[in-house]
Design a protein around this ligand. Structure first.
Ligand code: ARG
Length: 456
C-alpha cells in the first residue's frame, strides 16, 4: 500500500519496520478525537479561505461517514498506514477523492497527535474527578454510619489512642479531595490548544488558531509552536497526580488487607469481592484489594516511563514520543477500574464493631487521657507524662488495664487523682472529649461530614 509520504522513497517499507513502527494497534482509540479535531481544522481552513466552503462540506461529510463506520465496527484499521491519523486520512481520500487531500493543509501529525491526546485527556480527567466524588460520597455515608464506632487509632502500627471509625474514613475523603484538586489543576494545562503549530515552525498559510481554540473549546493556546509539538508535560502531570491517587488507594487497600486478617478481625470483605484458594478450602483471600495495591506499582512505572522517555529528547517532535500512549492508556484504564470496584465494594464491607471497640480499650490506649487529667489538676505536662508512664509500667507488672487499678493504687503515684478518674478511663468518654477542630469526637466528626458534604 502506498504511504501518504511515499514521494521521496525508492523502495517500500520493510514488513518488519511496519510492525515495529505502527501505533494504530493502540492509538486507534483516539479516533473520535482525531475526527473532532479534523472537522474543526477543516472549518478553520474554510473560514480563512484556504479551502472553499463546498470543499469543506465534502471533507466533513466524508469524516462523518468514517465516524459512523468506526462506531458500527465496519472500519478496517490497517497497520501499513501506521497510525490512527493516516488510517482516517487515507480512508477519507478513498471515499471523497483528491479533495480529501486538502484536509492535511497547514497541519502535521505532530500537532495532530498532541491535540488528540489533549482532547482525550480533557474527557478522561473530568470523568475521573466525577468518579472520585462519587467514591467520596460513599465514604461519607460510611463515615456517618460509623461516627460513633470506636476503634484503636495507630501510630507506628502500635495502638495509640482510640478514635472513631468515621474519623478514620474521613481521612481518606480528605486525601481524595486533594486528588480532585490536583486533577483540576492538571486539567488547566491539558486544556491548551497545540493545533496550528504544524510540524514545528507554524505555517506560511493564513490560519487562525484562536478560531480553532474557540471551535474546540480550549481555554488557552500553546504560544510557541515548537513547544506545542514537543510538550508532554501534561501527560507527566496526569501520571503524577494519578500516582498520588493510587498511593492513597493502595493505603486503603493495605488497611483492608490487614483488617481482614484473623489477627485483626476488624472487617469482613464481601464474598463477591474475594476469592478462594485452589488448595486450602478454608481460605478467603482479599485479592481485589491486593491487586489495587499491586497495580499502584504499574502506575508509578508509567510515570517513570514517561519521565525517562522525555528526559533527553532534543527539540522538537521525536518518534520516541509515540511511546507515551501505552503507559497513559494503561494508567487511565487502571484508575477507572480501581475507582469502579472500590466504589462498589466499600459500602459492602462489614465492620466488626465489637472487636474494634474491645481492641481499642486494651493496651493502655487511654494513657494520654490520664496524663491530660493530671494536667487539668495543674501538673505540668512533662511531669504528668512521667507519672502516667510509671502507672502504666506498674499496671503491666500487675497484668491489669488502667481502669482495673484501684484508687489506692493510682494515688500512690499522684495524690491529685480522684474517684472521677474512672470516667476518664473509658474509651467512649475519651473519644467524646476530643472535640478540638478536626478531632475524633463523634460530634466533631459529624461537623466534618457536613463541611465535606457541602463541598461535594
Ligand atoms: N503515531 C505518532 C505518535 O504517536 C503520530 C505522530 C507522527 N509524527 C511523525 N512525524 N511521524 O507520536
Amino acid at each position: 500500500m502506498k504511504k501518504p509520504w511515499a514521494g521521496r522513497f525508492t523502495e517500500g517499507t520493510a514488513a518488519s519496520v511496519e510492525d515495529f513502527t505502527e501505533s494504530v494497534s493502540f492509538d486507534w482509540r483516539l479516533w473520535s478525537y482525531d475526527i473532532q479535531g479534523s472537522i474543526a481544522h477543516t472549518r478553520m481552513l474554510a473560514h480563512q479561505g484556504i479551502i472553499t466552503k463546498s470543499e469543506a462540506n465534502t471533507i466533513i461529510s466524508g469524516l462523518k461517514e468514517i465516524q459512523k463506520e468506526i462506531e458500527e465496527g465496519r472500519f478496517r484499521w490497517k497497520k501499513e498506514l501506521e497510525d490512527v491519523h493516516m488510517n482516517i486520512e487515507v480512508a477519507l481520500i478513498e471515499k471523497i477523492g483528491p479533495v480529501g487531500g486538502k484536509l492535511h493543509t497547514a497541519r502535521s501529525r505532530n500537532d495532530q497527535i498532541a491535540l488528540d491526546i489533549r482532547l482525550y485527556l480533557r474527557d478522561v480527567t473530568k470523568q475521573i474527578i466525577r468518579d472520585i466524588k462519587k467514591f467520596q460520597r460513599r465514604l461519607l455515608r460510611i463515615a456517618e454510619r460509623e461516627a460513633e464506632t470506636i476503634m484503636p487509632g495507630y501510630t507506628h502500627l502500635q495502638r495509640a489512642q482510640p478514635v472513631v471509625l468515621g474519623h478514620h474514613m474521613l481521612a481518606y475523603v480528605e486525601m481524595l479531595r486533594r486528588d480532585c484538586e490536583r486533577y483540576e489543576d492538571c486539567y488547566k494545562r491539558i486544556d491548551t490548544l497545540p493545533l496550528g503549530a504544524c510540524a514545528l515552525a507554524g505555517t506560511t498559510l493564513p490560519t487562525d488558531r484562536s478560531y480553532l481554540a474557540r471551535l474546540l473549546k480550549f481555554k488557552r493556546i500553546c504560544e510557541n509552536s515548537m513547544d506545542a509539538v514537543s510538550d508532554r508535560d501534561f501527560i507527566i502531570e496526569f501520571l503524577s497526580v494519578s500516582s498520588i491517587f493510587m498511593m492513597h488507594m493502595s493505603r486503603l487497600a493495605e488497611e483492608l488487607i490487614l483488617w481482614s486478617t484473623e489477627e485483626f478481625s476488624f472487617v469482613e470483605l464481601p464474598d463477591a469481592y474475594t476469592t478462594g484458594s485452589s488448595i486450602m478450602p478454608q481460605k478467603k483471600n482479599p485479592d481485589v484489594v491486593e491487586l489495587i495495591r499491586g497495580k499502584t506499582g504499574r502506575v508509578y512505572g508509567s510515570l517513570f516511563s514517561l519521565l525517562t522517555l522525555m528526559k533527553a529528547l532534543p527539540m522538537t517532535y521525536n518518534r520516541d514520543m509515540q511511546e507515551d500512549k501505552i503507559p497513559l492508556f494503561d494508567t487511565v484504564d487502571t484508575i477507572q477500574a480501581v475507582l469502579g470496584i472500590m466504589t462498589e465494594m466499600m459500602p459492602r464491607v462489614k465492620f466488626n464493631r465489637k472487636r474494634m471497640q474491645s481492641v481499642a480499650r486494651a493496651g493502655y490506649s487511654l494513657a494520654t487521657d490520664l496524663a491530660e487529667y493530671l494536667v487539668q489538676k495543674g501538673i505540668p505536662f512533662r511531669q504528668a507524662h512521667e507519672i502516667t508512664g510509671q502507672i502504666v509500667r506498674y499496671a503491666i507488672e500487675q497484668s491489669k488495664e488502667l481502669e482495673e487499678l484501684s484508687l489506692d493504687e493510682l494515688r500512690r503515684f499522684s495524690p491529685e487523682i480522684d474517684n472521677n478518674i474512672y470516667e476518664v478511663l473509658d474509651v467512649a468518654q475519651s473519644v467524646k472529649r476530643r472535640r478540638s477542630r478536626g478531632g475524633t469526637a463523634p460530634e466533631e466528626v459529624k461537623k466534618q461530614i457536613k463541611r465535606l458534604r457541602s463541598r461535594l
